[in-house]
Design a protein around this ligand. Sequence first.
Ligand SMILES: Nc1ncnc2c1ncn2[C@@H]1O[C@H](COP(=O)(O)OP(=O)(O)OP(=O)(O)O)[C@@H](O)[C@H]1O
Ligand SMILES: N[C@@H](CCO)C(=O)O
Length: 322
Amino acid sequence: MAVYTQLSAETLADLIAHYDVGELVSAKGIAEGVSNSNWLIETSGGEAGSRFILTMYERRIDVADLPFFLGLLDHLSAMDAPVPRTIHDRDGSAWREVAGKSVALIEFLPGVSVDRPTAAQAENIGAVLAHMHEAARNFPQQRSNDLGPDISASVLRACGVDALAQIDTKLPSAVAEAERIAGEWPGALPQSVIHADLFPDNVLMLGDQVSGLIDFYFACNDMMAYDLAVTHAAWSFAEDGRKYRPEIGQALMQGYQSVRVLSDAEHDALPLLAQGAAMRFVSSRAHDWTETPADALVTRKDPMDFMHRFHFYRDFGTEVFG
Ligand SMILES: Nc1ncnc2c1ncn2[C@@H]1O[C@H](COP(=O)(O)OP(=O)(O)OP(=O)(O)O)[C@@H](O)[C@H]1O
Ligand SMILES: N[C@@H](CCO)C(=O)O
């Protein structure tokens, strides 16, 4: 389910008429995703092509952040990173208002999201992530990370021990662990703009090669090694989310370092950064779980998958990152 707002054919045709992309031919709602409404748009064609993604920003995203998110896509695509560029309307704007909400027309990229990555795919995603970090370094806009380790701890505290225990009796221990991580968090590792949510469903692939990085709506200025840790936590575990796949984790690290070699300080911080990355998803998933009724149309994501990953990094992180 990810079309929250119904738009009539006339409204969509009026909207598309503001862009130099030809006339609207078809618009199909996209089922994947939970945050925004998305449509696959086909037009009779223009310089920018004939297939696009139309995204309507529904919730969570602060409209004041759109210049950062959409400007970042344009910056990265101009640097040849595999990210969709935004299509600007005839007045030069990267977003418009429809039905009281902001919308953006975005380049359609080919490719599919993989459920079970191979080592070759993981190696390529590592290399593409490092290229993206390098390409984003001179992006002029700033956005702070509003889901850092302090926030994970305060979100978990706000959920409350009772609510956490109702999800799983082992979940309340996350509060003290999140506070410890926040207290030990490194301060001065190299930064760039990071994706911060590079899960397999946010990567499009053609064979072994990444054809698109999408969903930059958590992007922010933060430590590059933290983004690598997020990606490691998101990619290197089997389908049930809990069994480490060493060949994937190793290939990801190798791919990343084939483009950008980590400093000793970054390397030494990885076990802690990976614990913080896992805890970021424990906290947001626990928060969403307590806010979403069990019978809601949106499937709730299990915070315990990432609690297992957190334990793994806490107990074996030094070994895993060598
Ligand atoms: N530029 C693109 N090119 C091709 N397909 C895309 C593109 N952007 C999005 N999609 C498709 O639309 C789906 C939903 O997009 P996305 O993941 O950004 O949704 P969302 O609701 O904004 O985010 P979330 O995953 O956080 O809920 C993706 O799974 C992908 O199939
Ligand atoms: N990718 C995240 C959702 C966005 O915060 C998760 O799987 O929990």
